[in-house]
Design a protein around this ligand. Sequence first.
Ligand SMILES: C[S@@+](CC[C@H](N)C(=O)[O-])C[C@H]1O[C@@H](n2cnc3c(N)ncnc32)[C@H](O)[C@@H]1O
Length: 357
Amino acid sequence: MLPPSPKKPPQNKLGLSHAFLQCADLILPWLTPQELANVSLTCKTLHRAAHSITLYRSLDASRSFENFPIPFHNTVDQYPYAYFFYTPSQIIPSSSSSSLNRQFWGPNSSQTLVLPDSGSSYAEMGCTLDSMDLLGGSWVSVMDESGCECERCEKVSEDNVIGCPCMELEGDEGMGIRSECGPSCGCRLECGNRLSQRGIQVQLKIVKDVRKGWGLYAAQWIQQGQFICELLTTKEARRRQQIYDKLASDDHFSSALLVVREHLPSGNACLRINIDATRAGNVARFINHSCDGGNLSTVLVRSSGALLPRLCFFASKDIKEGEELTFSYGEIRVQPKGSKCFCGSFSCLGTLPSEHT
Ligand SMILES: C[S@@+](CC[C@H](N)C(=O)[O-])C[C@H]1O[C@@H](n2cnc3c(N)ncnc32)[C@H](O)[C@@H]1O
């Protein structure tokens, strides 16, 4: 009698396709739109999986990093979302980091993707703040462990906001800088003086316009003074510009680093504000320019214990649901070769401000 043959791994179609989907689960969320498109041409199963990832991405630009999903709406062309490296809060690269790596962009493990037409489903790896660590551990958060020395924040204002003694201290307002409490503040994140550190608190959406490209819109009524989002610092933008200058020799690469200058009341100095829309950022990268100043104001916020100040957007007036969020990129000196402005405001000068205007 022959000895029993060793157990074979399951060879049926169902088992193979399950393993196949598990592999797709792990790999597809890391792919760029172009790579996803290539993969989707290979077979029906991968076509459905890639389509599902594309749908998922168009539903939340923030990759689940923010408090609310920030969906894309595009009726203009065939690109359902903008692909970029999402940073939920300001990060600075350590000296060892020289480039931005891939970022996971798919559903997290608690969500299950239903593959269109197939009826089958699959769950994926989580997209959490740990994604930052997966980039090789070369990114550091701007906040350090020290902070203000408040022990307790128990002052409650008329509108029930928990106050902090720090709010009564004089900030650097004269310098155009607002001071906020830091991580060691006794009233933690609920502190009334940490408005810009709780992430985005208003519902937003990103809508494509045929002439201006993507733009950031209010998806709810926003009260004047509410925090919207934050930008990058000059140091980080300059470092990136150097990388982009090197890459510019490649015909297929174009950067979108925007520098905004804000003149301080003294008239002797100006603040330089940067939006790097090229590869990384948060939703601030979608804010378009308006010659009339728009409905957002920029404020440099210094949090106690933070290494660098952060550039934050606040609503400069009440904003209706569905209104585009805009601000002025800076002073415009009309140049014949300047990019055309399509802000549509009565005071439009026809040209976008730029580093050279
Ligand atoms: C910070 S990005 C804003 C998001 C951009 N629209 C996109 O699709 O990614 C700045 C770029 O948006 C475009 N833009 C912003 N405001 C504009 C305006 N008022 N008119 C025309 N283009 C504008 C310009 O191409 C500019 O370089």
